[in-house]
Each structure stands twice: as C-alpha cells, then as structure tokens.
Ligand binder design. Structure first.
Ligand code: ADP
Ligand code: MG
Length: 559
C-alpha cells in the first residue's frame, strides 16, 4: 500500500533554537522588520503606479520608536498592510518556511558559525529579542478590516479585529528581559546606521537636534538656535543606484566621504552597473594607501537591494580587490547558504569575473588616456595591480601592460618597454635579459652607483608584494631574469674590456681574497678581488641571487 503525506515540523521547537543559536546576531531582528516595512511601502508604491491602488499614497515613511517605560519597540509603515487572511497566509505559514530555512542553516553550523543568523530569518527573528509580538495592520484593499495578530513565541497565536484606521502595519515588540539593551536609543541608532543607511524608503527614528541660523544680533553677528528635526537614518537614493551619466566627480567624492568619513580622497572609482546575466550595481574606489602600509580588508560593503548584508565579501570579490573600498549591491548573490556553496555558485563566479574585468578596463583607460597621471598614482595602485597579476590569470591577461616598473631615476616602464630598453645595453648576450633591482635604495646605494656607472639601469622593487612579483615575472616572461643589484651576477653583465685594471698585483689580490674569506667565514659568498667602478665603495660582498632569495624567504617565513 502506498501513502503520501506532508512531513510536519513542530514550531514549538523553533523559538528556543532560534534564541540559542542566533545569539551573536540578535540585532538583525531590526534589519528584518525594517526591511519588511520598506517592502510593504515599495509594494503600495508599485500598486499605485500600476493604477491598482487609487487611494492617497501619503508620506511613505517607516518609523522606529522605542518606549522605555512599556519596554516596547514599534516599527510602523504606511505600506500595503495585511488582511486577517493574509496574516494567516504570510505570517503563520512562514513559521514553516522559517523552520526549514533554519534547519538548512543549522546543518552548516559546524562549518561556519557566521552563516546562522547572518541572513534572512525574516519576521520570526523578532522573537530573538521579544517575548511578545503584535501586528496591528490595515490592508490597502477597499473595505478591509483592521486586524491584530499576537503571539508569545510559542505555537499559539491569536487574531482578532483591530482598530487601526490608517493603511499600513505596526509591529510591536515587547522586549524580553535579557534583551533590554535594545531599549537604548544609541543601540537602535547604531543598528539602523549599520543596516538601513541606504534603504529606499525614509526611515525615521524620533527627532534630533539641529543648529539653525536665527537672524543676526545687533552687532551683525549670526545667531543660532536649536531646533528639533526628524532623525532620518537613511539616504534613500545612494549614488550607486543612480545613473553614472547624471553624476559628477564631486558626487563620487562626496559619497566616499559619506561611506568613510575619516579617509583621504580616493584616487579613482569604477561605477558598476550590469543587469544581465546577473544584476549588480555598485561603486568601487581605489583608496590612497596609508603611510604605515597595511592591507585593510573588509572595506567593501555588500548590499542586497539596498539592505546592508556584510562587509565580509570574501569569495564574491577577488582576493586582490578586497583592498578596494566601496559598495556592491546584488540581489543575485545567494546570501543564506554556506560559503562552500557560494564559491561554486555560477552567479558568484560571473560576478567575480565581471569585477575583475571592470577594474582591468579602468586601469587600461587611465593608462592610455593620461600616462603621466597614471604614473603619479602608481605608488598607490601598484600594490593592487601587482597583487592582481600574481593571483588572477584573467586579470593578468588584461592588465599586464599596465603594471609599471620604476627605475631609481624615477622613470616608469611596463615590462615590455623595460625589456626593450635594457636589452640593447646588455653585452652578455645570454639567453636572458637581466633586470637589476634594489630592495632598499639607501642600503644598496653603493651597488646601485656601481651599476649605474656601468650604464646599467636599476629598478626599485621595495614594495610589500614585490618579492612575489619578481618570482612571477620570471616564471611568466621568458627571457627575463631579475637580479638584485648586490648579487654576484652584475659583473657578468659587463664587458671585460670595460673593466679597470686592478692596482693590486696578482699576489696581493690572492692575499686579500684569503683575508676576506677568513673574515667572512661563509663559503656561500664568492670572494673575488676586482676593481670597482665607483670609488666610494672599496669592498663589495655579493651573494648568488638564489641564495640571497632563499635567505629572504626564510626571513619572511616562506614564499
Ligand atoms: P520575507 O520578507 O522574506 O517574505 P518575512 O518572514 O520577513 O519573510 O515576512 C513574511 C511575509 O509577511 C512577507 O513576505 C509579507 O508578505 C508579510 N509581511 C511582513 N511584514 C509586513 C509588513 N510590515 N507589511 C505587510 N506585510 C508584511
Ligand atoms: Mg522579510
């Protein structure tokens, strides 16, 4: 005999689980409820524009209110509202989908605790902080009756007729004893600032004080008065949602200030805007590097339909571009799934590729349009470009010509240009063209001078990713070898007849050699006595490049 049925999920188990496992992220209840209020407002706007709602739209604004005495938080909107039937359908049933969603998340818990609680628990996340929740709502539909739904966080709910006269919904949370931190204004303000700063419908949290001009006193000095104004949390039309053709450079700079109030001006930016095969908008800024250089990740904010999700964009933005600043907004990034899934998600892969391409294109545009300006920015952007070339084949393909090498003279070349420039000068006619470089202009000053006197050009490669970049260039460019300026190869690049005669006799040379060998006491160094092209450096000790590199690697803890 065959039987079919529905597997039931017991909701009485859900609330304790939600409470227990979402502990670190309780604050997202507000993100979820405010997002729902925004959705409801967007829906009524949409219905009005389609002509399906003919009533007054009124001021669409979402209010968040805290009542410390009653220990409640209320989120109100003037959105579409719900009828009693809709409550039954959307709210009571969501408990089931909320449960399945939770179970789905729960199984990933061991792998990455962040997953749980970060994303999309929706309406029921209210019970993370509330012991009692009420919905007072009136649907936009003609003749709709107001309704009240209430629930204590167990399986029993109650629906009864309400008294609401205005279209929309109030969600009233009676805050639980262990969650009273959420009754503090600054806490709520902080959460709203974090998640709701760019929502498309204005969010109001009480009032704030503002200084306003109040005429002049009798000496002609400006007078000021304190007035109360609405405390609006958000900028409903953030720059990334607007069309690039409507925006000026100043708009982009101002928006940067809005995102990072204490940062220096960015170098340039890229406005991302694509709707096929995935939907993504955003603005990425190349920041100016700080003097005390450090890789500052997590400066890119990820949004989904203007709701802040996270600043952890690993897997979505290629590693080397995580050093950029800015905003990415995409409803096509699956947010409530595990990291390992995210990596293999085809949209995420495409987004990754798209961003990489956009950045390479932008570099190319700047490089071609104004080479000098590009060179001036190089000290700031070089590290991104080199890091990208080392780590992403696709980026390298597009951007390798825009990677610059700087000489000790302050001239810039790309790799091909440099190769062409030094090739002619190299008399050793080896298979390989040698790029001499310094990692420390001060310390290696004597060696640099020696090389220059022998008409060699020396590159400055003293940046944080340069040792990796050097290895990469050697691997990828046939016929190019890089040697540090104090390595023992320099001599072999020079024509013998260019050399000065030694002032020492052969015997004297041997004695000196022996003495140095003893003093240095390291058989890896090659000790030879040769006249130097520069007089301010009586003695140089060189190392074979590969030994030097091995030592550097050991010193920096590996390659
Ligand atoms: P989601 O928003 O992902 O659909 P939620 O659990 O947050 O899931 O909300 C469930 C449903 O309840 C919403 O889809 C919506 O139909 C309804 N709802 C929730 N809040 C409101 C509100 N403020 N106004 C109107 N409907 C709402
Ligand atoms: Mg929701």
């Amino acid at each position: 005999m065959q039987e079919k049925g529905t597997i039931s999920i017991h909701t009485e188990n859900i609330f304790p689980i939600i409470k227990k496992f979402l502990y670190s992220d309780h604050e997202i209840f507000l993100r979820e409820l405010v997002s729902n209020a925004v959705d409801a407002s967007q829906k009524i706007k949409r219905l009005a524009s389609l002509g399906e709602y003919k009533g007054e739209l009124g001021e669409l604004i979402v209010d968040v209110k805290v009542d410390k005495k009653k220990k409640t938080i209320t989120i109100s909107d003037r959105g579409i509202g719900m009828t009693a039937d809709e409550i039954k359908k959307y709210i009571n049933q969501i408990a089931f989908s909320g449960a399945t969603e939770f179970v789905e998340k729960y199984k990933d818990k061991g792998e990455d605790q962040q997953i749980i609680g970060h994303f999309g628990l929706g309406f029921y996340s209210a019970f993370m902080v509330a012991k009692h929740v009420e919905i007072h709502t009136l649907s936009y539909q003609e003749g709709a009756e107001p309704a009240i739904w209430s629930c204590d966080g167990n399986t029993e709910f109650e629906i009864k007729p309400g008294k609401k006269k205005e279209r929309g919904t109030d969600i009233i949370l009676k805050i639980a004893d262990d969650s009273e931190e959420f009754l503090e204004d600054h806490r709520i303000q902080g959460i709203l600032d974090k998640y709701s700063k760019f929502l498309p419908i204005p969010i109001r949290f009480g009032e704030k004080e503002k200084q306003e001009e109040d005429g002049e006193d009798k000496d002609g000095k400006k007078k000021w008065k304190t007035v109360k104004v609405d405390n609006i949390i958000n900028n409903p039309t953030p720059l990334w949602t607007r069309s690039p053709s409507d925006l000026t450079d100043q708009d982009y700079l101002d928006f940067y200030k809005e995102l990072y109030p204490f940062s220096e001006e960015p170098l340039f930016w890229i406005h991302l805007n694509v709707d096929y095969p995935f939907n993504l908008t955003g603005i990425l800024y190349f920041p100016k590097l700080k003097k005390d250089f450090e890789f500052q990740k997590n400066k890119i904010q990820l949004y989904s339909r203007q709701v802040f999700i996270t600043d952890e964009v690993k897997d979505i933005v290629p590693d080397f571009l995580q050093l950029l600043h800015g905003v990415i907004d995409s409803p096509d990034i699956p947010l409530n799934v595990s990291r390992s899934y995210l990596q293999s998600d085809s949209n995420v892969k495409k987004i990754n590729g798209y961003i990489t391409k956009k950045v390479a294109d932008k570099l190319g545009e700047l490089f071609k349009k104004d080479r000098k300006a590009y060179e001036e920015k190089w000290s700031d952007i070089g590290v991104f470009v080199k890091y990208g070339i080392i780590s992403e084949d696709k980026f390298e393909e597009k951007a390798k010509d825009y990677a610059l090498l700087k000489s000790t003279e302050g001239k810039f070349y790309n790799i091909d240009e440099y190769k062409a420039a030094v090739e002619a000068n190299q008399t050793n006619k080896d298979k390989s063209v040698v790029f001499l470089y310094t990692t420390d202009e001060e310390q290696q000053h004597g060696y640099i001078e020696t090389a220059k006197k022998r008409s060699y050009n020396v590159l400055v490669l003293d940046g944080p990713v340069d040792s990796h970049f050097i290895n990469h260039v050697e691997q990828k460019y046939e016929g190019v070898t890089l040697k540090r300026v104090d390595s023992d190869v320099i001599d072999k690049l020079i024509d013998k007849d260019e050399k000065k005669e030694s002032v020492l006799s052969e015997d004297e040379q041997n004695k000196v050699t022996e003495a140095f060998k003893k003093a240095v006491n390291d058989e890896k160094n090659t000790i030879t006595v040769e006249p130097m092209a520069t007089d301010d450096l009586p003695v140089t000790i060189t190392l074979p490049e590969f030994i030097r590199r091995m030592r550097d690697m050991q010193a920096t803890g590996g390659g």
